[in-house]
Design a protein around this ligand. Structure first.
Ligand code: ATP
Ligand code: MG
Length: 566
């Protein structure tokens, strides 16, 4: 791949939701092509879990159906029995639903059309448009030619339709082992488009299929199956990624040369490439199987089950897909664009909460032992209708370790000897000292509170301080496991050149800590999302959270800390 172009800035305004495919559909609707109908499909092969690239295709196909009053079919392209499994079918359907889309009654499988596809193949054979080739896979490859050299005809190309029909039927009946014969379209071995050099349309595979069992031992190939499945389902706009552009003549040949019930059209767009991530199925499988991550739904993976567990929202994913748009130009999207979409979605709706991630003890020496002072804060600073939350202030609090500096650098406005700071939603305190252990580490900070300064009381703000730090009561805090997730890769383009992409893994992509949290967080429901003040957006893990004992995953920090690292 050539040098990637500069990614758009994460805070770029969303582009207009229109794109060249929508323009084509609008034009088709004006001209009356397809009788005003819009039917799209999302056609995954059930051989892996969906990833963020698929989300782009899902939003495009289902989004068009939604906005043009049409429908989008969920279709499994299940023509390869060797790699496909029901587990993947279930997971794919669940991820598409999670993204917020619904196919109604239009759940389809290419395998439902096996009989029809076979009948078409017999028709092609009897018309002389297809032949059984008995060359080996290597020989076929050798005869195919290259981009600069034409291909050569197979010696079996001149078989008669009767001979071919007999062989095809015997292939179907299971008389031959895998690889003995294939069925090919008889197009043009000298075509400048290699896809038209007598493409294979059937091969023998003695394998049990996840849906058709052992009913078949010959299976149709992708291009043939895909075009005809679209036609059978009356798809109007068949949208796929750019690598299929050169396959379009074959797509058109199939739907133009068989008595199909409908004439669909194929359009291509550029696939999503995301920095600091890998989106190829092969690499995702490798990461899972080699134990580099904790399974398919590891929150660091770009799988949809992974980003869900990470705390990303379907609305945030849709916002991201709108922002990146759809075009025919290959490009890279910066991970920051995705993270910003998640922040922008969560900011207005995530309840606020306090969690101290790196606790240091603060003792208010003039605060009576045993006194419990109620404090309160808005659930959301801009949405009073979301209500308020309460938590107690006591003599001993947890604060963040980096909210205290023994010798503060210039411009440091938090706690240091003699400095004053506001305990958010509580009092102004003045630092009076600190304790160290034998190793010289600070183990406690001492302070005094100023009684007239409680937040929300008259005159509280007359005491001007620059720092404002969060805290929780030591006696009331909820200790919770928090998983600080970060980008899985440390570089924008893992595995550039010949480099092993696993060498580019970010060694600190996951840090597990015990945080001290606001007591109300004990009631967090699995998948409930929060903004931990000053830290970022977090979700109660949907698998590991227990009633009263939530486990939190960091979805995204409040600010992009990677922008400057580049
Ligand atoms: P592979 O490339 O590993 O063979 P795939 O990612 O193409 O697999 P499919 O199940 O064939 O997996 O994809 C289903 C649909 O999702 C296809 O229409 C495909 O074009 C689209 N798609 C896959 N990856 C991306 C991507 N990165 N960006 C946009 N669309 C994608
Ligand atoms: Mg594919």
């Amino acid at each position: 791949m050539s040098k990637p172009p500069k990614p758009p800035s994460p805070s770029a305004p969303p582009p207009a939701p229109s794109n060249f495919i929508r323009s084509i559909i609008e034009e088709d609707q004006r001209s009356g092509r397809h009788g005003g109908q819009v039917t799209t499909r999302f056609p995954p092969e059930p051989n892996g879990y969906l990833h963020i690239g698929h989300a782009k295709s899902i939003c495009l196909n289902f989004g068009i159906a939604r906005d043009f009053g049409g429908r989008c079919h969920m279709r499994f392209d299940d023509t390869n029995p060797a790699k496909e499994e029901t587990e993947y079918v279930e997971s794919i359907m669940s991820s598409v639903r999670w993204m917020g889309f619904d196919w109604g009654e239009h759940l389809h499988f290419a395998s439902d059309y096996f009989q029809q596809l076979y009948d078409y193949a017999e028709l092609l054979v009897s018309r002389g448009d297809a032949y059984v080739d008995s060359l080996s896979a290597d020989e076929i490859r050798a005869c195919r030619g290259t981009l600069t050299e034409p291909g050569r005809d197979s010696p079996y190309r001149t078989r008669t339709p009767d001979e071919n029909l007999d062989l095809l039927r015997r292939m179907k009946a299971g008389e031959f082992p895998d690889g003995a014969h294939v069925l090919r379209l008889k197009l043009d071995m000298r075509s400048p488009n290699i896809n038209l050099r007598d493409p294979l349309i059937y091969r023998i595979r003695h394998q049990t299929h996840h849906r058709t069992g052992d009913a078949w031992c010959i299976y149709p190939l992708y291009d043939y199956t895909h075009a005809l499945s679209d036609a059978i389902e009356h798809i109007t706009h068949s949208i796929c990624t750019l690598e299929f552009e050169d396959h379009r003549p074959l797509y058109d040949w199939c739907v133009d040369n068989l008595p199909v019930p409908y004439r669909p059209y194929q359009y291509e767009f550029a696939r999503l490439n995301l920095t600091y991530a890998v989106l190829s199925k092969r690499r995702l499988i490798d990461l899972v199987e080699s134990g580099c991550v904790d399974g398919w739904d590891d929150p660091r993976l770009p799988t949809l089950v992974g980003v869900r567990r990470r705390g990303y929202t379907p609305e945030g994913m849709q916002l991201f897909c709108e922002r990146i748009g759809v075009s025919k130009a290959e490009s890279w999207i910066d991970m920051g664009v995705l993270e910003q979409a998640i922040r922008d979605d969560l900011e207005p709706k995530a309840p606020r909460a306090i969690a101290v991630l790196s606790p240091l003890r603060l003792v208010i020496d003039n605060f009576p032992e045993g006194r419990i002072e109620p404090c309160s804060a808005p659930v959301h600073p801009h949405h009073p209708e979301m209500g308020r939350r309460e938590f107690p202030l006591t003599r001993e609090l947890w604060i963040e370790r980096d909210d205290f500096e023994e010798t503060p650098p210039k411009g440091y406005f938090r706690l240091s000897p003699g400095a004053e700071v506001r305990l958010r939603y509580g009092y102004v305190v003045r630092c009076t000292g600190f304790d160290k252990d034998d190793s010289g580490a600070v183990v406690a900070v001492h302070c005094e509170y100023l009684p007239e300064t409680k937040s929300g009381t008259p005159g509280a703000d007359s005491r001007k301080v620059k720092g404002n730090i969060h805290w929780v009561s030591v006696d009331h805090a909820l200790a919770a496991e928090v998983r600080l997730y970060d980008r899985l890769f440390a570089v924008p383009h893992p595995g550039t050149g010949e480099r092993d992409y696993k060498l580019d893994l970010n060694p600190s992509s996951k840090t597990v800590i015990t945080a001290q949290c606001e007591p109300g967080l004990a009631g967090a429901a699995p998948e409930q999302r929060f903004q931990f003040e000053r830290h970022g957006y977090f979700v109660a893990d949907r698998i590991d959270s227990q009633p009263g004992a939530p486990v939190f995953n960091r979805a995204v920090t409040l600010k992009d800390s990677w922008a400057s690292r580049g």
